[in-house]
Design a protein around this ligand. Structure first.
Ligand code: AMP
Length: 187
């Protein structure tokens, strides 16, 4: 199973990824996690990425697609779900090239739909719980703007390839998981 978890920041992609990993045993690949780890370790990629992440901007396509290329190449036949990637049309096209080269394709894109206001409240809550300094209000707004401008057009792209499944991402986490499961079991 090759999945993409898609939706605005704070949509609950990471939470649903945990459920899916437990149930299906597919690898969870989060570019945000990989980049935060690189920042923490002070690697060259981390130092470069930090300047973009601090502003809520996207890290350049070449950097993130290279991360994904390497991760996917180590997985072999095992399934995966991508969380936070692709975020631009360019990234989506690179992903297609990588998968086509390996004779594979994306089975489903799960689009977690959550209204803006709810997203902002969730991120503020998460900031308080995790003490994440990256989530100031201006930054949250910028991340949402970046999502709208650069990432949300991917909906049309994946709708066009027939793999997009919209799931209402509001309500109890377990109810959302049931909705996601409803999509996955029909694949
Ligand atoms: P996330 O945890 O997925 O919200 O990612 C945190 C930050 O990492 C984002 O705000 C971006 O700066 C950067 N990032 C993560 N994934 C990508 C991506 N696919 N393309 C560009 N930047 C990314």
């Amino acid at each position: 199973m090759r999945l993409i978890l898609f939706g605005p920041p704070g949509a609950g992609k990471g939470t649903q990824a945990d459920f899916i990993r437990e149930k299906y045993g597919v690898e969870h690949i989060s570019t945000g996690d990989v980049l935060r780890e690189a920042v923490k370790n002070g690697t060259e990629v981390g130092l470069y990425a930090k300047s973009f992440m601090d502003k809520g901007e996207l890290v350049p396509d070449e950097v993130v697609t290279e991360i994904i290329r390497q991760k996917i190449s180590t997985l072999g036949e095992a399934g995966f779900m991508l969380d936070g990637f692709p975020r631009t049309l360019e990234q989506a096209k690179c992903l297609e090239d990588i998968l086509t080269g390996a004779g594979a394709a994306i089975d489903a894109v799960i689009f977690l739909e959550v209204p803006d206001q709810e997203v902002i409240q969730r991120i503020i809550r998460r900031q308080k719980i995790e003490g994440r300094q990256d989530d100031t209000e201006d930054l949250i707004k910028n991340r949402l703007r970046v999502y709208k401008d650069q990432t949300s057009p991917l909906k049309d792209f994946y709708e066009g390839t027939g793999v997009l499944h919209a799931v209402e991402g509001v309500g109890e986490i377990s109810d959302i998981a049931v909705r996601v499961e409803g999509v996955l079991k029909n694949l």
